[in-house]
Design a protein around this ligand. Sequence first.
Ligand code: PEP
Length: 254
Amino acid sequence: MERKVIIAGNWKMNKTAAAGKELVEALKPLVADVTEAEIVVCPPFTTLNAVVAAAAGSNIKVGAQNVHWAENGAFTGEISAEMLVTSGVEYVIIGHSERRQYFGETDATVNARMKAALKAGLKVIVCVGETLEEREGNKTSEVIGRQIKEGFEGIAAADMANVIVAYEPVWAIGTGKTATPEMAEETHKFIRETVSAIFGGDVAGALRIQYGGSMKPENARELVAQADIDGGLIGGAALKADSFAKLITEAIGR
Ligand code: PEP
């Protein structure tokens, strides 16, 4: 099954509108000839409009970092799927470990956000991953199996075409520690098998699974060369145009 590589940059709480525009303007010429990978940047909410405008007409797509599950209403500080779509946003990250760790995100809220985002026509990047304690306690499969089963509860198989999973071992995020390609591949394979058991082999075969956790230009090639690793969700290395562009070209094996 041919799956197009997808590399997404998660800017987290970095970059004002002006700085985001500057990054995208610098990135555009560096990746203009990349057709082998889908490229996505995910700025903070207040930077989305500037980045959508800067990326217009290029091969860089734009995603948000979160979305609320309600269509509208009394949810101070939240952003709806419709607000994102009408701002020109195509993707949204859901369930990042930092949201699970600091903002009370659960598999149930991931599920509710996914449903709202998919209904509005967004493509979702759903993050799963184990903590160091869970890995050391041999609970990786149990945790990720639960995150997928509960997070994906009631999602229609047809909607899975708009779902990307990001496997991000929590102990590898922003720490400089990367899972070895073999270690990551083992978990990616498990994720595909879990999705296959729920949605069937065709959906699982078409599903793109990104690796995230200290991915950088130096290790992207080897990671994405693994059979079940279809790209990356990138934090630190996505904050500079040259490192992000280099990572992209390494990931597609140039
Ligand atoms: C992330 O936050 O999604 C991430 C993978 O961060 P980093 O690349 O900095 O480890």
